[in-house]
Design a protein around this ligand. Sequence first.
Ligand code: SF4
Length: 318
Amino acid sequence: MKKVFTIGRYFRKKLGEEVYKVPLSIAGFTCPNIDGTVAKGGCTFCLNESFSPNLAEKSSKKFYLHPDRPENPLLPKQLEQVRRQYDATSKRLAAKYGVKKFIAYFQSFTNTYAPFDTLKALYEEALRQPGCVGLSIGTRSDSVSDEILDYLADLSQKYEVWVEYGIQSIYDETLQKINRGHDSANVKEWIEKSKAKGLNVCGHVIFGLPDETETMMLETVRTSLTWGIDSIKIHPLYVVKNTALAVDYLKGRFTPIDESTYIRLVVQSIEMLPKNVSVQRVTAGINDDTLLAPEWCRCKHTQMKHIRKALKEAGYIY
Ligand code: SF4
């Protein structure tokens, strides 16, 4: 049996012990696909609270960050959120799993979409917290800059630094259908730049996007690997209420991927990963009344049980 090279195994190999991610959700962050800069309404499936289960505090309704506006009256509150959220989650993880090292994970919305001074202040506050050995920054490829990447590359000399890009699909027609607001060439460009600057890159892909075939989904994984990603997250597309995708679903214009197809594609994706590419996530879901479909995305525990079984049959231990 082969062991899937999970991110946990990557951290144990590189840092010699368990490292857990501590999700952070900072008020005032938004996304250029939501604030109208590149598109309006966001990705058709996006209800950010649903995709960030640890979203503890919603963003301020009164003030949102923008990279071109240097003022940020929320900074003291944001710094306090970093300290408080990190403290609460790291202590809980330490008590439950005995883990002592953590990566501060800027998860919700687009975490490079803010004035540079704000980003520096928040990232460095996180790195000052006890046991914090690095950063993981979730973002979009149209929301990074050479200035940010150079700064992160400097930090990476001392810390474990990851940039997580939403790839979702390499097909522009799909990206248009989900109102992504950027094309695939933009993702390729910034992933390759990030790699050239020495950063660790994680790529998110989604299976079950509108009108995609299995061949297209696997091609997204294959092509993302050629761009140099170091790690992958794979999600099924699920439908939550109050999204454009929910309207399509309710009108019969969108059918979610079924579980057996999804699992088969996950196994095939893992089979194509080079040895050095780690796996951060192979499923996603939400167990509350925002979920419309598919029902199998309600319980991540059951999903993982089925995925582990399929991987075992293919000769892998997850
Ligand atoms: S990029 Fe992320 S936060 Fe922005 S609209 Fe899409 S899913 Fe939502």
